[in-house]
Design a protein around this ligand. Structure first.
Ligand SMILES: Cc1cc2nc3c(=O)[nH]c(=O)nc-3n(C[C@H](O)[C@H](O)[C@H](O)COP(=O)(O)OP(=O)(O)OC[C@H]3O[C@@H](n4cnc5c(N)ncnc54)[C@H](O)[C@@H]3O)c2cc1C
Ligand SMILES: *[C@@H]1O[C@H](CO)[C@@H](O)[C@H](O)[C@H]1NC(C)=O
Ligand SMILES: *[C@@H]1O[C@H](CO)[C@@H](O)[C@H](O)[C@H]1NC(C)=O
Ligand SMILES: *[C@@H]1O[C@H](CO)[C@@H](O)[C@H](O)[C@H]1NC(C)=O
Ligand SMILES: *[C@@H]1O[C@H](CO)[C@@H](O)[C@H](O)[C@H]1NC(C)=O
Ligand SMILES: *[C@@H]1O[C@H](CO)[C@@H](O)[C@H](O)[C@H]1NC(C)=O
Ligand SMILES: *[C@@H]1O[C@H](CO)[C@@H](O)[C@H](O)[C@H]1NC(C)=O
Ligand SMILES: *[C@@H]1O[C@H](CO)[C@@H](O)[C@H](O)[C@H]1NC(C)=O
Ligand SMILES: *[C@@H]1O[C@H](CO)[C@@H](O)[C@H](O)[C@H]1NC(C)=O
Ligand SMILES: *[C@@H]1O[C@H](CO)[C@@H](O)[C@H](O)[C@H]1NC(C)=O
Ligand SMILES: *[C@@H]1O[C@H](CO)[C@@H](O)[C@H](O)[C@H]1NC(C)=O
Ligand SMILES: *[C@@H]1O[C@H](CO)[C@@H](O)[C@H](O)[C@H]1NC(C)=O
Length: 630
C-alpha cells in the first residue's frame, strides 16, 4: 500500500519541483502582473498564451493537482467592442507586425506578417473564418510519418473544440440548399462557437449563381472533409449574441477565477529554455515587457511551446536548439543540432483583385468603411438587436470558392507533370532538408491531381476587393534569428513564388476569376475589373501584375517546427516531442508539416486538443512505469 508521503516523494522525485518553498502566490488563475506572485516551479509551463496555449492550459488544469503556468507576451483583451463585434476592425494594439526580407518572387518587395499579440493570440484578431481543411490535408500529415494525425484521427478533436449552431431560418431561406444544417459532422458541446452571421448582403446570391454558371459545384457541407467548391463558411462566433468566439473567452475566461492550479503571467516574453545535463527542459527565462525585469521559473514535468509558428522557432534557436551553423555564427552554444527549426515555413500568397459594380444599388459591405452614418446605424442595430451587417466579420464575410486545380485550368495534368522536373534543391534556403521537401512535393503532386483538394481560394463578401489566395503552396521559406537579442524580431523569409507551381496557379486563377466575373449573374451587377484590369491580359502581363502586387501571407503562418522524421528536417515526433530533448513539446501551428489549405484556426484548436490528450497520457505512462519499478 502506498502511503501518501511515499507518493508525494515519488512525485517530487519525478517532477523535479523539489518541494521548494512557495513564494506568496495568487490563489487562482488571475493575471499576474509581476513575477513575485509566481511559484518557483510548476508541473507544466506553457510558452505563449495564444490559441493553442490556452487550449492545452485549460485541459491540463482539469486535474486540480496539476499546476500550470502560462507566460504570454500580450495582455488580456479589454473585451473592447473591436474584438467582440464581428463587423468592427480589431484594435492595432493586439496585433504584432513583422516585415519580411525582400522577396525575389515579389520583385524584391517586402511583405508583412501579422500575428496576435494578446491573450488568445490569433483568434482574438482574426477574420473569424472557421472552416476545416480537406481530408487530404490531414491525411498528408499522416503520410509524412505521423500515425493518428490524419482526418479520422483529428475529427474527434475538431468536434471536441466546437459548439456548432446552424444558421437562422432567414439565412437558410435566402440561400436554399447552400448551407447544410446537419449536426453530424460537428461538435455541439465544445468551447468555441461555430455558427453563421444572421445577416447577409443579397448580392451574395450572385456570387453562388456566378460560380454555378461556370461549372463550379456548390458545396453545402465543406466541414466533412470535402472542402471544395463554392460554399458558405461557418465563422467563429457565438450564435446566441453574434459575438466573436476566441481562445480567451472559450478556454481561459470560464476557468480564470475558478481553477487555483492555473497561473497566467501577461506582458512577459520567454527568452530562453534551459536544459539540464540530460537535455531535459527544466526552466524558462522570461522578461517583463514594461520593466525589463528578468525571471526564471522551473517546470517539473514539461515545457510546452505555443508561441506560434513565427516565434517558437526563434525561442528554440535562442536556446541552442536549431541549425548548428546558424547558432555558431551568432555565438550560441548548440544544445541539439536540429536543422529543421525555422525551416519549412509556409504561408499562402494572396493577390487582392479589385472590381466595381455599376448596377449595384443595395448597401454594400464597403459602406461600413465609406458611409459613417450608415455604419453608425448598423452598429446601433447590432448593439440593440444583435442583427444586421455588423454580424459579418470585418473585411471578411464567409462566402468563398475553394477550387481544385482541375477546376481552375483544363491544362492541369500537363501543369502537374511539368513540375516533376523542378530542381528542388535549387529552391531551398540554406538548411532545409531536400528529402523532406521532396516527400512533401510528392504528396502535393498527387493532391494537385485530385478533385477533392482545393489549391486556390477566392473570397467575396460583396465589396470591391476580391482576395485570391494560393492556399496549398509548393514554396518553402524560413524563420531564422540574426541576433541574440530576444526582443528583436527574427528574420522572416516567406520565399514566396520560389517554386514555379505557385505563380502558375496564381495566373490560372486570375483567369478563372475573370470567367466568374463575366458570368451573367455577376454581369447583372455591372461588374468591371479595375485591378489588375482587363488590359493586363497575357500570361506574362498577369504574372508581372501578381509579382508587383501580391503579398506573402494570408495570415496563416505554419510549419516552422514540423512534425516529421528528423532526417527529413522534422522538429517534433508524432507525440510532439522536440527531437533530442526531454520534457519539451510544441503544440502550435508550427507543427503542421504542411499548411492546411484553408484557414488555420479550427485546425490549431483540434491539434491542441489532441496535444493535451497526448500530454496527459504521457504523464500517466511515466507514473505507471515508476510504480511498476518500485
Ligand atoms: C490578422 C489575422 C487574421 C486571421 N484570419 C483567420 C481566419 O479568418 N480564419 C482562421 O481560421 N484563421 C485566421 N488566422 C489564423 C489563426 O488565427 C492562427 O493560425 C491561430 O490563431 C494560430 O494559433 P497558434 O496557437 O499557433 O499561435 P497564436 O494564436 O499566434 O499564439 C501565440 C502566442 O504566443 C505569444 N508569444 C509570442 N512570442 C512569445 C514569447 N517570446 N513569450 C511569450 N509569449 C509569446 C503571442 O503573443 C501569441 O499570443 C488569422 C490570423 C491573423 C493574425
Ligand atoms: C494586475 O493588474 C491589473 C490591471 O492593473 C489588475 O486589475 C489586477 O488586479 C492585477 N492582478 C494582480 C494579481 O495583482
Ligand atoms: C460598446 O458596446 C456596448 C454594448 O455591448 C455599447 O453599449 C457601447 O456603446 C459600445 N461602445 C462604443 C464606443 O461603441
Ligand atoms: C532583386 O534583388 C536581387 C539582389 O539584390 C537582384 O539580383 C535582382 O535583380 C532583383 N530583382 C528585381 C526584379 O529587381
Ligand atoms: C470540378 O470539375 C469536375 C469535373 O468537371 C466536377 O465534377 C466537379 O464537381 C468540379 N468541382 C468543383 C469543386 O467545382
Ligand atoms: C528596457 O530596455 C530597453 C532596451 O532594451 C530600453 O529602451 C527601455 O528603456 C528599458 N525599459 C526600462 C523600464 O528600463
Ligand atoms: C449613407 O447612408 C445613409 C443611411 O444612413 C443613406 O441615406 C445615404 O444615402 C448613404 N450615402 C451614400 C453616399 O451612399
Ligand atoms: C431585430 O431582430 C429581429 C429578429 O431577431 C428582426 O426580425 C428585426 O428585423 C431586427 N430589427 C432590426 C432593426 O434589424
Ligand atoms: C540543382 O540545384 C543545385 C543547387 O542549385 C545544383 O547544385 C545542382 O547541380 C542542380 N541539379 C541539376 C540536375 O540541375
Ligand atoms: C536582421 O535582419 C533584419 C531584417 O529582417 C535587419 O533589419 C536587421 O538589421 C538584422 N539585424 C542584424 C543584427 O543583422
Ligand atoms: C440591374 O439590376 C436590376 C435589379 O437587380 C436588374 O433588374 C437589371 O436587369 C440590371 N441591369 C442590367 C443591365 O443587368
Ligand atoms: C492597363 O491600364 C492601366 C490603366 O489605364 C495602366 O496603368 C497599365 O499600365 C495598363 N497595363 C498594361 C499591361 O497595359
Amino acid at each position: 500500500m502506498w502511503r501518501f508521503a511515499q507518493v508525494l516523494a515519488l512525485l517530487i522525485s519525478i517532477t523535479g519541483c523539489n518541494g521548494s518553498p512557495l513564494k506568496h502566490f495568487a490563489d487562482h488563475a488571475v493575471v499576474l502582473n509581476h513575477t513575485k506572485q509566481t511559484k518557483d516551479c510548476y508541473d507544466y509551463i506553457i510558452v505563449g498564451g495564444g490559441t493553442s496555449g490556452l487550449v492545452v492550459a485549460n485541459r491540463l488544469t482539469e486535474n486540480p493537482h496539476t499546476t500550470v503556468l502560462v507566460i504570454e507576451r500580450g495582455y488580456i483583451d479589454g473585451q473592447d467592442n473591436g474584438t467582440t463585434v464581428p463587423g468592427l476592425s480589431v484594435p492595432n494594439k493586439y496585433l504584432n507586425k513583422d516585415t519580411s526580407v525582400p522577396q525575389p518572387g515579389l520583385n524584391n518587395r517586402t511583405a508583412p506578417l501579422y500575428t496576435g499579440d494578446v491573450v488568445g493570440g490569433g483568434t482574438v484578431v482574426n477574420g473569424m473564418f472557421f472552416a476545416r481543411g480537406a481530408r487530404a490535408d490531414y491525411d498528408a500529415w499522416e503520410q509524412l510519418g505521423n500515425p493518428g494525425w490524419g482526418w479520422d484521427g483529428l475529427l474527434p478533436y475538431f468536434k471536441k473544440s466546437e459548439t456548432f449552431t446552424p444558421p437562422i431560418e432567414g439565412i437558410q431561406e435566402m440561400f436554399p440548399g447552400i448551407i447544410s444544417t446537419d449536426l453530424e459532422p460537428h461538435g455541439i458541446n465544445g468551447p468555441v462557437g461555430s455558427s453563421f452571421s444572421n445577416y447577409q448582403y443579397p448580392v451574395i446570391k450572385n456570387f453562388f449563381a456566378g460560380w454555378k454558371s461556370i461549372g463550379v459545384a456548390i458545396n453545402s457541407q465543406p466541414n466533412d472533409g470535402e472542402a471544395t467548391g463554392a460554399f458558405y463558411s461557418t465563422i467563429s462566433a457565438y450564435a446566441k449574441d453574434q459575438s466573436r468566439s476566441h481562445a480567451s473567452n472559450a478556454y481561459y475566461r470560464p476557468i480564470a477565477n475558478v481553477r487555483k492550479n492555473l497561473h497566467l503571467v501577461t506582458g512577459h516574453l520567454v527568452t530562453k529554455i534551459n536544459f539540464d545535463q540530460e537535455l531535459r527542459a527544466v526552466s524558462v527565462d522570461f522578461v517583463s515587457r514594461t520593466t525589463n525585469e528578468t525571471s526564471t521559473v522551473g517546470a517539473g514535468r514539461e515545457i510546452i511551446m505555443a508561441a506560434g509558428a513565427a516565434r517558437t522557432p526563434q525561442i528554440l534557436q535562442l536556446s541552442g536548439i536549431g541549425p548548428q551553423p546558424l547558432l555558431s555564427s551568432l555565438g550560441i552554444e548548440t544544445i541539439v543540432d536540429l536543422p529543421g527549426v525555422g525551416s519549412n515555413f509556409q504561408d499562402q500568397p494572396t493577390l487582392y483583385m479589385q472590381f466595381s459594380y455599376s448596377n449595384y444599388t443595395f448597401p454594400t459591405p464597403d459602406w461600413v468603411l465609406s458611409n459613417a452614418s450608415w455604419a453608425a446605424e448598423q452598429l446601433a442595430i447590432y448593439y440593440k438587436n444583435r442583427t444586421g451587417p455588423m454580424t459579418i466579420p470585418y473585411l471578411g464575410g464567409s462566402t468563398v470558392a475553394f477550387l481544385p486545380l482541375q477546376n481552375i485550368t483544363s491544362q492541369y495534368r500537363s501543369l502537374v507533370k511539368s513540375m516533376s522536373s523542378t530542381n528542388l534543391s535549387s529552391l531551398l534556403l540554406s538548411t532545409d532538408s531536400t528529402s523532406g521537401y521532396a516527400a512533401q512535393i510528392k504528396i502535393l503532386q498527387a493532391v494537385y491531381s485530385s478533385s477533392h483538394a482545393a489549391v486556390a481560394e477566392i473570397a467575396w463578401e460583396g465589396g470591391d476587393t476580391i482576395p485570391l489566395a494560393m492556399i496549398r503552396p509548393y514554396s518553402r521559406g524560413a524563420i531564422y534569428i540574426n541576433t541574440t537579442d530576444p526582443l528583436a524580431a527574427p528574420v522572416v523569409n516567406f520565399n514566396t513564388f520560389s517554386h514555379p507551381m505557385d505563380i502558375a496557379v496564381a495566373i490560372a486563377s486570375v483567369k478563372k476569376i475573370r470567367g466568374w466575373a463575366s458570368s451573367p449573374p455577376m454581369q447583372a451587377l455591372g461588374t468591371v475589373e479595375t485591378f489588375p484590369g482587363r488590359n493586363v491580359s497575357t500570361d506574362t502581363q498577369i504574372e508581372e501584375a501578381i509579382r508587383d502586387a501580391a503579398t506573402s501571407s494570408w495570415q496563416h503562418p505554419s510549419s516552422t517546427t514540423a512534425m516529421m522524421k528528423r532526417e527529413w528536417g522534422g522538429v517534433v515526433d508524432a507525440e510532439l516531442r522536440v527531437y533530442g530533448t526531454k520534457g519539451l513539446r510544441i503544440v502550435d501551428a508550427g507543427i503542421f508539416p504542411m499548411v492546411v489549405a484553408g484557414h488555420s484556426s479550427s485546425s490549431v484548436y483540434a491539434v491542441a486538443e489532441k496535444a493535451a490528450d497526448i500530454i496527459k497520457a504521457g504523464w500517466q505512462e511515466i507514473m505507471r512505469d515508476h510504480i511498476q519499478h518500485k
